[in-house]
Structures are given as structure tokens and as C-alpha cells.
Design a protein around this ligand. Structure first.
Ligand SMILES: NC(=O)c1ccc[n+]([C@@H]2O[C@H](COP(=O)([O-])OP(=O)(O)OC[C@H]3O[C@@H](n4cnc5c(N)ncnc54)[C@H](OP(=O)(O)O)[C@@H]3O)[C@@H](O)[C@H]2O)c1
Length: 271
């Protein structure tokens, strides 16, 4: 499903801008950073593992001539958004594209899961993107140019037993993105929610999950990043980067909610 958002013109289409990517040291975030760099953008890359970010920065500089600022930071900290915004502003950088990619999952029966990990999940998946978007959007609206790309998930479309907080957080991010996109419909600022299915990254191990049954991942990080970048540049509101996942989405719309959540329970219980 994609929703066009009017005729946004974006800095990346003609001139370089700077894209800030959270969670850029691995997986989808690293692929998104590479995709922006390959399309002529400068970058600010953020995660905890500084050496990984530095290696990425060196690589993107050599391969694409991008200026890449590395900001090592634990984004699970309560004031991370404000600290990050101030650090980037102090470096004299204007962010033309905000990529809220970082996210985490906590697998297991909710009442048995670790509370601190549940709260970190809310911070990374919800509080941080809300705070960063609120900090960066006013400048974009003033300039009448800008892109917000929020990495949601197919998990956004139904409740997810055994990953309850994760699915709910992704639903929040999807609805949040769609609503703001609609508010900004008549501007050149776009908000895009990217909704991948399962991708082979470090995510599963961090969440305490097994790989999907039969190892059937829906796409690659690179494929997701390419679709997300293209969708954001086109001002699409929701991007589902796989034909199989688009079909899954359509079927889930037809199914009663009780059936959808039971199906999700079965999928997540096996993992
Ligand atoms: N993989 C999937 O199946 C899938 C499917 C749909 C949507 N998604 C979404 O895609 C996004 C990226 O997921 P992924 O699969 O690429 O995950 P990943 O491979 O686990 O990568 C997560 C990234 O976030 C960073 N990160 C994690 N905790 C952090 C913290 N506290 N502070 C700063 N950085 C932190 C990690 O770097 P450091 O460890 O260096 O900090 C890493 O760069 C997430 O929002 C996820 O929900 C994933």
C-alpha cells in the first residue's frame, strides 16, 4: 500500500542535503545510510558502536564522497533526542531528512518479560522518534522542505502476542506518521512510514527470537532501504517493500481481528 502525498520536491532530488539515520551501525539502518549516500546525501549516523559507525563513515566517504558525521550515543537514555539534536546543531548541521530507524523488540509472554527492556523498547520505538520528529519538523516546515522516514513494520497492522509491546509500538509509529503526513499534505515536507516484513538482521537475536519458520525472510536490508528511500523521495505515506507482504497486508485487512491476532500468536509462539 502506498499513499501519494502530493508533489513534494526534496533536496536529494537536485542537491545534496544531510540525512540523520538512527541505528545506523547494522541492519536496515546501515543499508538506509548507504542508500542515502549513494544518492548524493551527506549523513549523520547514530548508534552505540562507534567503531562500526566510523568504518561506515569511511566507506561511504570513499565510495560516494559523502560527508558523514558519527555520533556515538545510547538512544535508550531518557534525554537522548534532546542530546542528539543539540550535538548535531552544535556541529552546524541542518537535517533535511530525519530517518527514525532505531528499534528493538522484546519476545516472550508479556508478564514474564524484563520491565526495563519493555521500557527501553517504548523509548527507542516510540518516545525517541516522537521527540526527534517534534524537534526537527518545525525547521522543515519553515523551510518548506524536508523528509521524515519512520521505520515501522508489518507488525503495525495487527496485535502481536509474545511481541505485544513491539507490535503496539510499530502501530503507534505508523498511525503517528500517517496523521502527520496528512497534516502536512499541502507542504513540501513529507512523512513516510516504512513497513518491512521479517528481515535477517541482528534484530531477532536482540529480541530473543528465532528466525522465521523455514528462514523465510521477506526481503533484504538493502531491498528495504532502496524501497524506503524511493518511497520517501516520492512523498509516499506508507511503503510496504515486498509483494508478498503487500498481499499479507491485504489479507489481514479482510480477516476478523480475532483471527489476525490468533495468527500472529501462532507465528510468534514458534519463534
Ligand atoms: N529485522 C526485521 O525483521 C525488521 C522488520 C520490520 C521492521 N524492523 C525495524 O527496522 C528497524 C531496524 O531494525 P534492524 O532489523 O536493522 O535491527 P538491528 O540489526 O538490531 O539494528 C539495530 C540498530 O539500532 C542500534 N541500536 C540498538 N539499540 C540502540 C541504543 N540503545 N542506542 C543506540 N543505537 C541502538 C544498533 O546499533 P548499536 O548496537 O551499535 O547501538 C543497530 O545499529 C527497527 O525499527 C525495527 O523495528 C525490523
Amino acid at each position: 500500500m502506498t499513499g501519494s502525498q502530493g508533489s513534494a520536491t526534496h533536496p536529494g532530488a537536485t542537491t545534496r542535503g544531510t540525512a540523520l539515520v538512527t541505528g545506523a551501525s547494522a541492519g536496515i539502518g546501515r543499508a538506509l545510510a548507504r542508500e542515502f549516500a549513494a544518492n548524493g546525501w551527506d549523513l549523520v549516523v547514530v548508534a552505540r558502536r562507534e567503531e562500526r559507525l566510523q568504518a561506515l563513515a569511511d566507506d561511504l566517504g570513499e565510495s560516494y564522497g559523502s560527508d558523514v558525521d558519527v555520533v556515538p550515543m545510547d538512544l535508550a537514555e531518557h534525554d537522548a533526542a534532546r542530546d542528539l539534536y543539540e550535538e548535531v546543531t552544535d556541529r552546524g548541521i541542518t537535517v533535511e531528512a530525519l530517518v527514525n530507524n532505531v528499534g528493538a523488540g522484546v519476545h516472550g509472554p508479556f508478564h514474564e518479560t524484563d520491565l526495563e527492556r519493555q521500557l527501553d523498547q517504548v523509548q527507542l520505538n516510540v518516545r525517541l522518534p516522537v521527540h526527534l520528529t517534534r524537534l526537527y519538523l518545525p525547521g522543515m516546515v519553515d523551510r518548506d522542505a524536508g523528509i521524515v522516514l519512520n521505520v515501522s513494520s508489518m507488525a503495525a497492522f495487527q496485535p502481536g502476542p509474545y511481541l505485544a509491546g513491539y507490535y503496539a509500538s510499530k502501530a503507534y509509529l505508523l498511525h503517528f506518521s500517517e496523521a502527520i503526513a496528512e497534516e502536512l499534505r499541502d507542504t513540501n515536507v513529507s512523512v513516510t512510514a516504512l513497513c518491512p516484513g521479517p528481515i535477517d538482521t541482528e534484530f531477532q537475536e536482540r529480541a530473543g527470537q528465532e528466525a522465521p519458520a523455514g528462514g523465510s525472510y521477506s526481503n533484504t536490508s538493502e531491498g528495504v532501504a532502496e524501497a524506503g528511500y524511493r518511497g520517501a523521495m516520492a512523498g509516499e505515506t506508507v511503503v510496504i517493500p515486498s509483494r508478498r507482504m503487500k498481499l499479507t497486508y491485504l489479507l489481514s485487512r479482510l480477516a476478523p481481528r480475532s483471527l489476525a491476532r490468533r495468527a500472529a500468536r501462532r507465528v510468534n509462539a514458534d519463534r
